[in-house]
Design a protein around this ligand. Structure first.
Ligand code: GLA
Length: 392
């Protein structure tokens, strides 16, 4: 594809893949939970959708996902009804689709969701039909009260069962619905999430907006790396940048700017779904810039769908390396320590060849050709995100 205007021209290769496997790259979207929690409403969803359309859609962002808190009771026929904060779910879905975006919803396999609302147990087919009628494109399916349905010490088959049941129910409708498993990694879900038809699966408990939570979740993802592939991704939970709050009152994320660079870099290296957790209608320039660096997003969206491996851990430093589709590699050098420092790494330590052409991805700047080693200053809790190409 080539585009031209008076400022010049640019070209990009597009690959079109058809078939049963959907969601070939990790979802780029927004989810209501980390900002609004159970206080989510139709207006709040529309406000973030509008900003996604205006400011982020051109960078590939496309899903607007309603988390827990939309449900009411079932009617006489057993159909799930939205509560009064969502007066017209089909209308909301039409609004989101008219912006060129996609819409997601949330439920659980037990009788109640984590927030205590009606969930899908024994209504799976009915709910899947309702979602399809509303035009839903994505389902996040939790666990919560299903622990009262499953036996006390669930076997692997017990863990898989509710997800099989819902995937089958979704498949009965003529609609592509991304299926996002949310059971916090139980039974090593990364080993079988794809088998039950999951497009992504949470590998951890819930994240919160502080360095302890971010770093303990983000840097413990090496275990699941072999299982990431197109259409099936590990999910270390949603983003905690911008204004978050898990309820009606929001606050600025407690992450420092450098911790936020680390967050987006690491999640991109992990090929994680990127689900923005803040109120987009209140987002500042820093947050929007963080979410619209195309070279960073391209690492997350790389067609190979691989997850980075932790190749080096030394003192407070970690180096993660991700193979990319074009034969280059993305590298994150992370300073987990409390002080700024300079890390020199030898290419052989992370199994790279002698001569490398290196690009700083956040700054979108070529740094030159380096032989044997590279050294860069990195702030406390910060990152250098690089793209490297072998020079023969
Ligand atoms: C669980 C999930 C969260 C969110 C809440 C909703 O805690 O892990 O992401 O969906 O339930 O109640």
């Amino acid at each position: 594809m080539i585009a031209k205007n008076q400022k010049g021209s640019g070209s990009k290769n597009f690959t079109i893949v058809c078939g049963e496997n959907i969601g070939l790259t990790p979802v780029l979207g927004w989810n209501s939970w980390n900002c609004w929690g159970l206080s989510v409403s139709d207006e709040k969803v529309k406000a973030s959708a509008k900003v996604m359309f205006e400011k982020l859609a051109d960078h590939g962002w496309s899903y607007i996902n309603i988390d827990d808190g939309w449900e009411d009771k079932r009617n006489g026929e057993g159909e799930i009804l939205p509560n009064k904060k969502f007066p017209d779910m089909k209308g909301l879905s039409d609004y989101v689709h008219a912006l060129g975006l996609k819409i997601g919803i949330y439920s659980s396999p037990g009788t109640l969701t984590c927030g205590g609302y009606a969930a899908s147990y024994q209504h799976e087919e009915q709910d899947a039909r309702t979602y399809a009628q509303w035009g839903i494109d994505y389902l996040k399916y939790d666990w919560c009260s299903y622990s009262q349905v499953a036996p006390p010490n669930p076997s692997l088959e017990d863990y898989k069962k509710p997800y099989f049941v819902m995937r089958q129910a979704l498949n009965k409708n003529n609609r592509d619905i991304i299926f996002s498993l949310c059971q916090y990694g139980m039974g090593d879900v990364w080993k079988w999430g794809a088998e039950v038809g999951g497009n992504s699966w949470r590998t951890t408990g819930d994240i919160s907006d502080n360095w302890g939570s971010l770093s303990s979740i983000g840097f413990s993802q090496d275990k699941s790396s072999a299982f990431s592939k197109p259409g099936h991704f590990n999910d270390p939970d949603m983003l905690i940048v911008g204004k978050v709050g898990w309820g009606p009152g929001l606050h600025d994320t407690r992450l420092t700017p450098d911790e936020q660079y680390t967050h987006i870099s690491l999640w991109s290296l992990l090929s994680a779904p990127l689900l923005i957790g803040c109120d987009l209608s209140q987002s500042d320039d820093f947050t929007l810039n963080l979410l619209s660096n195309d070279e960073v997003l391209a690492i997350d969206q790389d067609a190979l769908g691989k997850q980075a491996r932790k190749m080096l851990e030394k003192d407070n430093w970690q180096i993660w390396v991700k193979d990319l589709d074009d034969g280059t590699k993305a590298i994150g050098i992370f300073n987990l320590g409390d002080k700024a420092g300079r890390e020199t790494f030898h290419f052989s330590e992370i199994q790279l060849p002698e001569h490398l052409k290196i690009r700083d991805v956040w700054r979108q700047k070529d740094l030159g050709i380096f032989s044997s080693s590279f050294s860069g200053p990195i702030p406390s809790h910060g990152v250098l995100l690089l793209k490297v190409k072998t020079v023969l």
